[in-house]
Every structure is written in C-alpha cells, then in structure tokens.
Ligand binder design. Structure first.
Ligand code: ZN
Ligand code: ZN
Ligand code: FE
Length: 764
C-alpha cells in the first residue's frame, strides 16, 4: 500500500537535537506517525531523538512539517537534520530503546513544577497516587537535580534504586500513557517515602504532612527536603516563629522567601501584574520579587526594611499538600547557616541544620545536584533575573558567535556560576554562591566536573577573571593544556548583556557594580566601556576614591562615606555631619588610612558610592551582606520626588564623572534638613542623568547609539527605570538583562562570549 496516487514510498531519517529526552517526545512522534499512517521507528540516542519514517512522499512531508510545530510542552528543538534512506517496505511504527553512540549532546531538561494532571491525581481520594508527594510524569517532576549521567534513563538518575511496581511499569511501557518512559515515575507502592523525623532521626508516626503542619502551626522551624535541597519552613504570620528562624540561621537582615498556595494568596500579600503572574505560575516556578501590600500581612521579620516580598508558588506535590494543610503563607528559605551553601545531602543536612530546625521532612530519594530557587523581578513588564538556577538550569543560552573550540568560563568570586560553551550553546551552571569557604569551592569543582560529563565537553579554552586572588581564577590557572583567556570583570558584564540579547556590539556599556579588577590595577565598578564581544575601551568612569581598609570598607559603608567626603571637600569635610559624629575617633583613623594610601585601593565603584550616600543619610553604617546599604538607599527613595542634582563630567579621555559634585549636593541637602527619602530620590536621578550625559558625549564622539546596562547595581529597579527613561528619551536603544542576572551570576556567560569571540580571531 505504499505506492499510491499520493506518491511513491520514500524513507527518511530525522535527527532531532535539543531537549527532546524525558519530555514525552517519542510517544509524540509515535502518535504523529500513526496519524499520518507512516511506518518506521523512533529512538533516543546520545545526541537526541532519531526517527525513521516511510510512506508516500506527501504524507512524509506533512509529518515533517508538523513535527516541530506540535512538540510536547517541555521540548526544545534546536536542530532537525533529515537524510534520505532506501525504503524498506516496513509495516507499522515502533518505539525503540535508547541506543548508544558517541557524542553525548542530548540535553537534560531543567526541573519542572508538578503539572495539573499529576496534582489532580494527588488530590483525588480514589486515585492510587492520592497524597503521594513524589508523583510526576513526562510533563513534570525532577530532572537536573536527579541526573547522574546521560543518556537520561532511570538507571542514570537517583531513582535507580527504586524498582518500578507492575502498575508503574505498565504505565511506563504504554505509549498512550502520560507516564510513557517518564524516568522518575513511581507510586506509593514502589517509590520514595516521605517521613517526618525528630532531631535524633526517629520517624514520627502518622501522616507526615499533617504532623508537619501541626508543628509549623505551633511555631516550629521545619527543614523540608525539596527538589534541589532543603528549605527551612516556618509560619510566615508568626513573628515568634520567623524571629526564631532568623536568630538560629544567623541571617541578620536578608529577606526570607515566602511560599503561598496560589496566585490569589500571592495577591493578598503583594501586587501581582500579569507578567509577574506568568512567572509565578511558569513551569520554572521562580521566586518573584513583588511589591508588598501594607505591612502586617506577614511577620515583620520576614523582610525587614523591604518594600518587596520574594514569593513563589508550590512546585512539588509535597509543597501543595503542605500549603493546603497550613492554610497560610510559609517562609521557605534555603536550608543553610548564614553564607554556607544550601544543604541537600540527608546526612549533611541532619548535622548542619540541627541547630536551626526542630524537625526534618525528608525522603529516601537522593538529590544529585544542589540547586537553589531562582529569583526574578519584573521591571517595566520585562523579567530581570536576580538568580538563575532551579527551573532554568541546565537549559542552554545562545551565544551570538559560534565557539570554535569548547570553552569553560570559570566565573567570578561572588555569586559564582560557571559556564560551558560549545557551538552556539552556552550552559550556565546553577548558582554556586560565594567561593570563599571550602565547601562552596568543592561544590564548584563538582559542578564543573558534572556539567562536563553531562555535556561531554572537554574545554580547550578557559576564560577567567583578571583578579588573581579569586579562587575561580586560581582554578583556571591550575588547568593544564588549555588556552587561558583573561577577561576584565566589567567587560564580562557588558558581554553578558550582549549575549543575553543575542548581539555582538559594539555598544556603549554602562557597568555599575560592586568591585572588579581593572586593567590598571585599580578596582573598577563605575565604568563606561565602548565594547563588543572581543574588546573594550574604557571611555568614562566614576571618579576614583580610596577604599580605606580594603574589604573592611565593604562591610562598613561609613568608611566609604569618609573617603568620598574627604575627596569631595579636599580634606575639609564639614563638621557637624551626623555620620562623622557617630564614628568619632575612628573617622580620623580611617581618613589617615585613606590618605596614606596603604591598604586603601582606589576604586571607581558605583556600589561603593551608594554605600557612602547611605551612610551619609544615616541609613546604615555597617552591613551584614554586600549591597545591603545600597538596597536601603533604593527602598528609602521617595517615588514622587522629581528633583535631581547637577553632576559635573570632566572632559578628556576617558571622561570622569565628578562624584565629588554629587556628594557635595547630598551634603548641602542633609545640612538643610531635607529628608532622606527626598535626598535618595534626587541622588538616584542625578546618577541616571550622569549616565545619559556621558552616553550622549560618547555617542557624539563615536557614533554609537545603543547602550547596555549591566553590573550588580542595575538590580536597583529605580536606577534601571530612571536610566531607561533618560536614555530612551534621548534616542538611545537600551539593552538590559532578560535571561541572566546583571549581577555577578551572569559574569561567566560574558566570559564565555568574550573567549568565543577572541578564539575566532586566532589563525587556525
Ligand atoms: Zn505531571
Ligand atoms: Zn509503582
Ligand atoms: Fe560584578
């Protein structure tokens, strides 16, 4: 029946690469081929999915046309390669097993929130998965957090130890079932078990969810094992419970994330726009930073001094059941002490969290890779990532130039991610954290090894920061037989923004940041770079001041106030300033350090300028985490204040933004008794005006009219919006981050893009 009026029988092979394994792709192909009455087969291999179809040419063409269009929800098709074959006059269509071959380029999916169909089963008393918290299917469930190796098969995941029962096996083998080849599928008869345990490891009898809800209602802190690690949960309405958690966690002032049952519950805490709702309910289920309603809806200790709340929706069946049982918002913060990485190994968690949690909700399904919750905010209707991790990793980003050779970008020191790149794809790792303790550095090395194995990438080119003391730089320099590419920190920030937007430049890059090693030995952080992916030129910067005491000046913003005031007033800081009076003798000592220039590196950092102004306004003299004073300054700004300050820009090459003129304007207002919210608003606007001023001068000189905004300071929504208004109003096109954070979490993508661009310039 293959030779018909509609055409002679043809046979073609179709190779599809992308995220096509573990997402229901083979059953989809089977159904589509059956619909078109085609013979052939479909199978996974180590590069993706391989299909052979045979039938009349017109039907094969229709099949090929529909193939990418109707693909499953979680599939990401990157490439389709077809080739003609000899017809075999085969009958029927079959689904083959996974075949082995060389080249492991099949992509692993990110973890996916529990789908509606699975949740309905969990809530249905008549279903065999009623209240079973590990329920998943091809559309949802754990992926990256359980994968040990590729190809993605159950035996290569942490579900390997669970033998499927007959019923699960039947679903797994049934091409028409939602769980056909769902690798982590399981049920109460055969899958992992949930248990509530006391601190000595004793399992609490009865339903773990109900018992946990009762503990939480009584004010307890409970460690709850999730997809990528443990959360610490507490009743968000109980000031006593949240304050206890805060005290035990040593998390001085950092805001806690909240989990609420649904969008309606989120709306009762904060304003939720359509874009924010889309993010909250997306399969990735990130924490979305929302504008809080009136204070008092949740305990004050949840987010002290913040106008925003970090809110996420349940992403496992356990979360859904727990939120329903508690009937109110829960604090769900990462399970760690202070700055340590999140606990994910059960034994490790039992030890490290014993002083924080009153009980543990745990299971016998191991977590392979620790993955923190992702964090996003929406600015002007567009996502601005703060942390890209669970739900996004390891989905690839596209680099705008093709990598000639595989690249490893080692990332920065703080908020580290690393990046592996090959071809047009860049794989940004999960959030590793600050590489300052042994445990975090170990998890960094493990992440590199794990991603290299999953992606089968052996890097030939290794990109690193210029700072010689970063552990990531030291790691790069320790690697034998690779070509090293040093990338200046702020060039990496701008390149990251370019790659994020799929362009190569050149642009006028504005990198406002904490600190990064400059190419002149000073610490940069308030830079204007004319940059493309290959190179940059520093065309302007904020005026440099000493950072008295080095790292101590990061922890104590008043030191930056001393340095900026001393520079602004040429050593004659007006007496009577409150910040000066608060420090007394220490002020004089620190000025001596600043003036002597010993242990007082020069910096043009915008982040440190925010610190200085926050201290001058009396908002904060010391911080418990980097950026805290700058956040205070942003939060305090009066949104209705239209005023600004005049900021001088010194002509020359490079232009220098006279931060002294800005500091003096702030001091004049403070001396005149102008309230801090007004001064903060004027300061923000003045800085944005200075950005527009400098970019306009650079445009005149260079003929460039696209700006790229990057660096940690551009997490400041107020500053981003003022810069957008100013620059767009002056006819610039403006690139901001959309997929990776403007902070150091995005730096490794920039390093990889720069290395890829430079590698293409080399003679082969
Ligand atoms: Zn599902
Ligand atoms: Zn089962
Ligand atoms: Fe940075």
């Amino acid at each position: 029946m293959t030779d018909t009026a509609s055409g002679t029988a043809v046979r073609v092979s179709v190779h599809i690469s992308g995220i096509v394994q573990g997402v229901g792709f083979r059953p989809y192909v089977y159904a589509l081929a059956s619909h078109h009455q085609l013979a052939g087969s479909v199978a996974n291999d180590e590069r993706g999915v391989i299909i052979e179809v045979e039938g009349p040419a017109s039907r094969v063409d229709a099949f090929l046309a529909e193939l990418p269009e109707k693909a499953p929800r979680l599939a990401v098709i990157e490439e389709v390669v077809t080739a003609p074959l000899e017809p075999r006059h085969q009958a029927g269509f079959s689904i083959g097993a996974t075949t082995g071959s060389t080249g492991r380029t099949a992509l692993i999916s990110a973890d996916v929130a529990t789908c509606a169909a699975c949740l309905a089963e969990v809530l249905d008393p008549g279903n065999r998965r009623h209240r079973y918290v590990f329920t998943n299917c091809t559309d949802c469930g754990p992926r990256y957090t359980i994968v040990r190796d590729v190809p993605y098969d159950r035996s290569a995941t942490t579900m390997a130890g669970f033998l499927m029962c007959a019923e699960c096996r039947r679903e797994y083998d049934d091409v028409t079932d939602r769980r056909f080849h769902a690798q982590p599928t399981c049920c109460p008869a055969c899958g992992p078990r949930l248990a509530l345990r006391t601190l000595d490891g004793t399992a609490v009898p009865g339903d773990p969810v109900a018992a946990t809800a009762a503990l939480l209602a009584g004010g307890a802190v409970v460690a709850v094992k999730g997809l990528g690690g443990y959360h610490l949960a507490a009743d968000a309405r109980s000031e006593a419970a949240v304050a206890t958690l805060r005290a035990r966690k040593h998390r001085e002032d950092r805001p806690f994330a909240l989990m609420v049952a649904d969008v309606a519950a989120a709306r009762s805490l904060a304003a939720v726009s359509a874009e924010e709702e889309a993010l909250l309910t997306s399969a990735a289920r990130p924490i979305v930073l929302l504008r809080a309603r009136e204070p008092g809806v949740v305990a004050a200790s949840v987010a002290p001094g913040q106008r925003s709340l970090g809110v996420m929706l349940p992403y496992t069946a356990l979360h859904h059941l727990l939120l329903a049982a508690v009937d109110g918002p829960l604090v769900m913060t990462s399970g760690n002490v202070s700055d340590e990485p999140i606990a994910y190994d059960d034994t490790d968690a039992a030890t490290r969290l014993a002083t924080i949690a009153d009980a543990f909700v745990t299971s016998d399904r191991p977590i392979q890779t620790r993955v923190d919750d992702s964090v996003i905010r929406v600015v002007r209707g567009r996502p601005l990532p703060v942390r890209r991790s669970r739900g996004y990793v390891p989905m690839p980003l596209m680099v705008p130039v093709e990598c000639r050779r595989p690249i490893l970008a080692c990332g920065p020191e703080l908020k580290n991610t690393l990046c592996l790149a090959r071809g047009h794809q860049a794989f940004l790792s999960h959030h590793i954290g600050d590489l300052e303790n042994y445990e975090t550095f170990q998890s960094y090395l493990e992440a590199i090894a794990h991603l290299q194995r999953l992606l089968d990438v052996v890097p030939a080119v290794v990109a690193h920061d210029l700072h010689p003391e970063y552990l990531s730089t030291k790691h790069a320099l320790s690697l034998p037989g690779v070509e090293l590419v040093g990338v200046q920190h702020h060039h990496a920030h701008i390149a990251s923004c370019l790659a994020d937007n799929g362009v190569t430049g050149p642009v006028i890059g504005v990198a406002f940041d904490g600190l990064g090693m400059g190419d002149d030995g000073t610490l940069w952080g308030g830079e204007f770079l004319v940059a493309d992916l290959e190179s940059y030129e520093r065309v302007a910067h904020l005026d440099c001041v000493p950072m008295p005491g080095g790292a101590a000046a990061v922890r104590q913003p008043w030191r930056m106030a001393a340095a900026h005031l001393d520079a602004a007033y040429d050593g004659k800081t007006p007496a009577g300033l409150a910040v000066l009076a608060r420090q007394g003798r220490r002020w004089t000592d620190v000025l001596a350090i600043a003036r002597a220039g010993v242990n007082a590196p020069l910096t043009s950092s915008a982040g440190r300028l925010f610190d200085a102004v926050a201290a001058i306004l009396g908002l904060r003299d010391e911080v418990s985490y980097e950026g805290q004073a700058a956040i205070d300054l942003e939060m305090c700004a009066d949104p209705d204040e239209p005023g600004t300050y005049r900021v001088d820009v010194a002509n020359g090459g490079p232009y220098v933004v006279d931060t002294g003129s800005l500091i003096r304007a702030v001091v004049r207002d403070v001396a005149a008794g102008v309230a801090a919210p007004i001064v903060s608003a004027r300061f923000h606007r003045a800085l944005a005006d200075a950005v527009v001023d400098v970019c306009s001068r650079v445009r005149s000189a260079r003929g460039l009219d696209t700006d790229a905004l990057s660096g940690g300071v551009f997490q400041n929504v107020r500053l981003v919006e003022l810069c957008l208004d100013g620059l767009l109003g002056h006819g610039f096109a403006v690139l901001t981050h959309r997929q990776v954070p403007p902070n150091d979490g995005g730096v490794s993508l920039g390093q990889a893009a720069v290395a890829a661009a430079r590698d293409r310039l080399r003679p082969s």
